[in-house]
Design a protein around this ligand. Sequence first.
Ligand code: ZN
Length: 163
Amino acid sequence: MNYSLPEFLAHAIALEHEAAERYLELADMMEAHRNDAVSALFRDMVHYSRLHHDSIVERARTVALPQLRQFRWSLPPEAGGDEAFDYKIDAYSALRYARENELRAMDYYTEVGLHSTESEVKRLASEFAAEESEHVDALDDWLVRTPRPSATWQSDPDRPTPA
Ligand code: ZN
């Protein structure tokens, strides 16, 4: 992962865009559950991901960015297909899912920071890794306060099987 600056900026923009989209979905899901507190948390995450996205776009204004494959969040392993995102996901599972992807983003930026030979890429990547680590901490705070569902989401017999 020895990225040039344009490659790195393009990846980071895609990553933050994906985070904002997924958090928006999660916020809507929590609203459907009438879990306003967790929904508000996810809307804050949408806001921060967009701010971060926009600041990277601004940083990349004078840089010719390469075309990229889309950066996708991993789906919960139980979800199966791409579109089978379950609206019955509970707050605890939603927080776990978000945490897993924040951790992935943090590891990604950390790896890039370690392996890049360009000082500007190194600097930005370690800055972004620190930011992701704050997101992981924020989700951890919520996880300790969120009751773990007794019947887990995966084993819920009422859960419709994905088509
Ligand atoms: Zn994040």
